[in-house]
Design a protein around this ligand. Structure first.
Ligand code: SF4
Length: 233
């Protein structure tokens, strides 16, 4: 079990699932190349993350629900959690001020179409694992709501996806503890990576830190000592 101080963001899992170096550039080096896709995705998210709750017919809806798992060492937020009526004596939770049992169902907002990889599914599964731990219920499926075209797509949270998500959470803590940006490995995914101009997967030639590579390049051009050299007294 992790402590509160050890918790890492669920959102890091999707970067890690896509590429370990991308995770390092964003979460260790603070790089973020905001392009049109990420900006629009963020706006869609910001709207869904305004904390509120509401009732829609038989549904109870919570927006911007905070999530946490001490077992996996993760913290984050769910865009939308729907609570559907569950049979008495079944698998459900009690809600303040409302009668009966309720079964949670997570809906995550995403811009555009489903991605080629399944990084988003990992993130969704991590949210469900957190909520299961917090509420003591099972959450067998969840859904994405895509911005374009506007449609909802259900995702089965099966054993394979759960095992992969748990392994990634463990790897996330391992890499965070090591504190070193993984070296680049040029592959097909680099072409759809928003950090390619920062990562320079071909140019950095395996150097772990893109920042150090750029500093060294500038220092070489200017014939100045690079950042690794000691500053003159
Ligand atoms: S450009 Fe390629 S190696 Fe670099 S962070 Fe993106 S996916 Fe990873």
């Amino acid at each position: 079990m992790y402590t509160e101080d050890d918790l890492l963001p669920i959102s890091a899992l999707q970067h890690l699932a896509f590429c370990e170096r991308q995770w390092g550039l964003i979460h260790l080096e603070g790089a973020w190349e905001e392009n049109v896709l990420t900006a629009e995705g963020r706006l869609l998210h910001d709207r869904a993350h305004e904390p509120e709750s509401e009732a829609q017919g038989d549904l109870r809806i919570a927006r911007g629900l905070r999530l946490r798992s001490l077992r996996l060492g993760l913290i984050g937020m769910a865009d939308v959690v729907e609570f559907h009526p569950a049979p008495e004596g079944g698998d459900g939770v009690r809600l303040d001020g409302v009668n009966g049992l309720w079964k949670p169902f997570i809906v995550e907002y995403k811009r555009g179409r489903p991605k080629i990889g399944h990084e988003d599914e990992v993130q969704l599964c991590a949210q469900a694992l957190c909520l299961e731990e917090m509420l003591g219920v099972s959450i067998p499926s969840a859904a994405f709501f895509y911005g374009q075209p506007r449609r909802r797509s259900d995702v089965a949270l099966d054993d394979v996806l759960r095992a992969e998500t748990e392994a990634l959470a463990s790897r996330l803590h391992e890499l965070a503890e090591a504190g070193k940006t993984p070296a680049p490995e040029y592959s097909g995914k680099c072409r759809r990576c928003s950090l390619i101009e920062i990562c320079l997967p071909k140019a950095t030639g395996g150097q772990r830190s893109a920042r150090r590579y750029l500093q060294k390049s500038v220092a070489d051009v200017l014939s100045l000592p690079n950042s690794d050299a000691e500053a003159p007294l």
